[in-house]
Design a protein around this ligand. Sequence first.
Ligand code: KG4
Ligand code: ZN
Length: 334
Amino acid sequence: MRILGIESSCDETGVAVYDSDQGLLAHALHSQVALHAEYGGVVPELASRDHVRKTIPLIDHCLKQAALTKTDIDGIAFTAGPGLLGALLVGASIGRSLAWAWGIPAVGVHHMEGHLLAPMLEETPPAFPFVALLVSGGHTQLVKVEGIGQYEMLGESIDDAAGEAFDKTAKLLDLGYPGGPALAKLATEGDPTRFKFPRPMTDRPGLEFSFSGLKTFALNTWQKHPDEKANIARAFEDAVVDTLAIKCKRALQQTGLKRLVIAGGVSANTHLREKLAELTSSLGGEVYYPRPEFCTDNGAMIAFAGTQRLLHGQHEEIAIKAQARWPMESLSAI
Ligand code: KG4
Ligand code: ZN
């Protein structure tokens, strides 16, 4: 089965073709960073308009890249939520309509399930069951995963997501948009022993996170030490990475599982990947993550997740649907 995947939930248009026998055949991404940079963050209406401009050309590009035509496609997967509603509706409208015109099934994919399954695009995919740490711009979640669609939420952020904390702190430190990668880059030049930031909510039991206090901590420190931006970036990153690692350790111990999957934009963070590799090896387990380009938003993860659901006969009725909010635990098992 050969599936065309479309991702348009936020500020990246991603398209890919996944073949259930041959694997990934093509993928392409258009980032809107340049479009939103002058506003210091994502402008939803501009995001939607850009998805309108870019989706069809990217589909053409992917089909050409894989030397395929529309008749070679057996189904279409598009991100149906969660995300910016206008942006989601672009991918949903194009995906659902093309599937109707081509006489093939379409399936709406949950964006976070896409992230969660992205490590399965790699050479050594994780086997079920595992604990997943999903760290993106909108979500920070620890999930016990028994199979596709079998998700038990172990804990999540009660305020800012990890990626959001990176972005907001970067903005306060004048590092621009998108801030996460810029802050991480600056942190590599910082002295890890100079400042020590708190590890929020690690002094009590539980798997909830709270990252909103760290940005204020970073700002206050910067006001006192204006020449030490790199050291502050390093202290902030260490605090986030450590906090995530402490909660991952608890989740693995609580569930008795050995395999840990990390996915979502922040899983591209080198320091986090190293820390979690150390942690899982000290526990006799293993960590799995996508290649960096599939940590952040992309069409390949949507094509892959959609393929799994279409293979099990799931598909949408003839209606265009998207939802800005959509709890992952409500997904059906396959
Ligand atoms: O998964 P993603 O592309 O989009 C959402 O679903 O939200 O995640 C984007 C987030 C942003 O907050 C971005 O700053 C963060 O991932 N991010 C990083 C790094 N690369 C992306 N955060 C820390 N270190 C990185 N290297
Ligand atoms: Zn995402």
